[in-house]
Design a protein around this ligand. Structure first.
Ligand code: FE2
Length: 382
């Protein structure tokens, strides 16, 4: 595992502020948005569709604190054609990761000059609340990045959007979940494409390598992966890039690539200041999470016993909720992964709480899978 201390040259112009929103292209935006609201604690925030004069595309925007997800579907048969083809190829998935930026034109111009492919040149969108400037470039697979400058806009979301059509009377009856912001968004790549993609972010967006781990560490007897995290200069945006590595069985990354039809977003990690409370509430809402056997916690207690780090949270609570712990000598993180968010084995979500630890859970990959294998062995099935 490597942590990097060199943030690279500070860009002379243009600044990435944060994740702005994530756009999903799905078959039925209305139902997808409702699912994320009910199970994950989002609330309807904005809408565009036939009622607002959007004839071809419908969008339901949902929000939880600083996290904004946009679910989009086509309205007409085969129009927009790009959305139709995307859905047939990829199923429901993340189409665009938008960043809020300062000096958008400088960021766009530099990226294009250095070789990024343009999807949409900088343009203004206005309504009675002001003007937003946007531009879009291609990144891995069919995924795109939109740059957004909101400095001259006072509206709630973006021009063209109105309030949601309906109030969902169920949502206020459900427990508050407390997710606050996007911590990182992970992109899966086909074999041998992690390094070129990480290089793409360094060269075109002036991101830098923040953290990486190779398959010597991220492996069990059966499967393996490599990961390199890139971040903007201020380290407010973190994008791990994964690729599969050879093992006895098919890597989970290869499974994703096979089912998504190429590179794409594997998971979105959202942070909470109180993961025990958040996961209790999400479980009350019926959200399912990856299971981990009790042997993981036996092993964890032993490893923590030999470490200078002390976990503040109640270990029995963490075990009951199946929350994972990763740590080094200075701090720890708590994390848990949802089951898949759609039928294809592609996108899932992560909930994370950091305590002075900037890693991404490398220690859990092995512990998690070995724990499964320990249980298999106890049953005589390994
Ligand atoms: Fe993650």
């Amino acid at each position: 595992m490597t942590t990097y201390n060199n943030r690279g040259p500070k860009p002379e112009s243009g600044k990435f502020l944060d994740f702005d929103h994530v756009t999903f292209w799905v078959g039925n935006a209305k139902q997808a948005a409702s699912h994320y609201c009910v199970r994950l604690g989002f609330e309807p925030f904005a809408y565009k569709g036939l009622e607002t004069g959007s004839r071809d595309v419908v969008a339901h925007v949902i929000r939880q604190d600083k996290i904004f997800f946009v679910f989009m579907s086509q309205l007409q048969p085969n129009i927009p054609k790009e959305m139709a083809e995307h859905l047939v190829m990829h199923g429901d998935g993340v189409k665009d990761i938008a960043f809020s930026v300062e000096d958008l034109d400088a960021i766009y111009k530099r990226a294009i000059e250095r070789g990024a492919v343009s999807v949409k040149e900088p343009f203004d969108e206005s309504d009675e609340h002001g003007t937003v400037r946007k531009a879009t470039i291609q990144t891995y697979g069919d995924t795109t990045h939109t740059f957004i400058d909101r400095s001259k806009y006072k509206g709630e979301f973006l021009p063209g959007y109105k309030k949601p059509l309906h109030i969902d009377s169920l949502l206020p009856k459900l427990p508050v979940t407390g997710l606050v912001r996007i911590d990182h968004i992970v992109g899966n790549q086909p074999d041998q494409e992690m390094v070129p993609v990480a290089d793409w972010y360094e060269k075109n967006l002036m991101f830098h390598r923040f953290w990486s781990v190779d398959d010597k560490q991220l492996h069990t007897e059966f499967s393996a992966l490599r990961s390199t995290v890139v971040a903007n200069y201020e380290e407010t945006i973190k994008m791990p890039i994964n690729e599969p590595a050879p093992g006895k069985r098919i890597s989970q990354i290869q499974e994703y690539v096979d089912y998504y039809g190429g590179a794409g977003v594997q998971h979105i990690a959202m942070s909470t200041p109180d993961i025990i409370d958040t996961i209790s509430k999400l479980r009350e809402r019926g959200q399912h999470f990856l299971e981990v056997p009790d042997s993981y916690y036996d092993n964890l207690r032993k490893r923590l016993g030999n470490s200078p780090v002390s976990v503040k949270e109640d270990m029995n609570q963490l075990q009951k909720l199946k929350i994972l712990v990763d740590f080094d000598d200075k701090g720890y993180l708590l994390q848990i992964f949802t089951k898949l968010m759609q039928d294809r084995p592609t996108l899932f979500l992560e909930v994370i709480q950091r305590h002075n630890h900037q890693g991404f859970g490398a220690g859990n990959f092995k512990a998690l899978f070995e724990a499964f294998e320990t249980d298999q062995a106890e049953r005589g099935n390994l």
